[in-house]
Design a protein around this ligand. Structure first.
Ligand code: PEP
Length: 251
């Protein structure tokens, strides 16, 4: 009942021309990936042109961040409604790189998530523990705090437009993937948290993505876990061939 979602986070890579070229290369490769939703998240400047390039395909567009105000004197920020205007269906919120380098907190994640959903976007809300937190057995308490803080005050209807991405920080861009069992354990914990916060039916339908060095070689094992509903992919989404192979995990 949960349609798998594979999202490519292109981070701060690729010009407009390179982004459009990547989508054009990707389109024929994923044309037969039935039953999977595919999302790409280019840099802000490429969004609109990438959206045009996705036309006629099943590829949806995401931004990598947003602000929570609709408009105003907020130099440098981009409002959710402007992302919608550029063709986005999704926005990634609270990525660990934003938490680490740009002062993102659970409070700002919460404001951004509410604003994104109110503007008609689906929010991919990222959570995940650092290596030190895992080693000191704080994984579950960290995830609980991030989810409770990041999703505080959302109605069940608003939450139906949220996708959660579990991305252990120690696995992002490091080549170290959580084992299938490690990822499943945290995904199951997150789903139980959602039962507590929003009820069983909502928890049964929310998609929980895994992120952290997902590659064509490890995606099948991860996706075979009962609570893993997709992947947020960084490095391996920058090449059409590897991203398409990940999107075809079920073939
Ligand atoms: C990410 O950017 O969210 C990510 C998971 O990166 P990578 O796949 O490169 O670890």
């Amino acid at each position: 009942m949960r349609i798998p979602l594979i999202a490519g986070n292109w981070k701060l890579y690729k010009t407009i021309a390179e982004s459009v070229a990547l989508v054009n290369e990707l389109k024929p490769l994923v044309e037969n990936s039935a039953g999977v939703q595919i999302v790409v998240a280019p840099v802000f400047t490429a969004l609109s042109r990438v959206f045009d390039a996705t036309e006629g395909s099943q590829i949806k567009l995401a931004a990598q961040d947003c602000y929570w105000e609709e408009e105003g004197a907020f130099t440098g920020e981009v409002a959710p409604k402007l992302l919608k205007d550029a063709g986005c269906s999704y926005v990634i919120i609270g990525h660990s790189e934003r938490r680490q380098y740009f002062g993102e907190t659970d409070v700002t994640v919460n404001k951004k998530t509410k604003a994104a959903v109110a503007a008609g976007l689906d929010a991919i809300v990222c959570v995940g523990e650092s290596l030190a937190e895992r080693e000191s057995e704080q994984t579950f308490s960290v995830i609980e705090k991030q989810i409770q803080g990041g999703l505080a005050g959302l109605s069940a209807e608003a939450f139906s437009h949220v996708v959660i991405a579990y991305e252990p920080v120690w696995a992002i861009g490091t080549g170290k993937t959580a084992s299938d069992a490690q990822a499943q354990e945290v995904h199951a914990f997150i789903r139980q948290l959602v039962v507590r916060l929003f009820g069983q039916a909502v928890a049964d339908s929310v998609r929980i993505l895994y992120g952290g060095s997902v590659k064509p070689e490890n995606v099948k094992g991860l996706m075979s876990q009962p609570d893993i509903d997709g992947a947020l992919v960084g490095g391996a989404s920058l090449k059409a061939e590897s991203f398409a192979a990940i999107c075809s995990f079920n073939s």
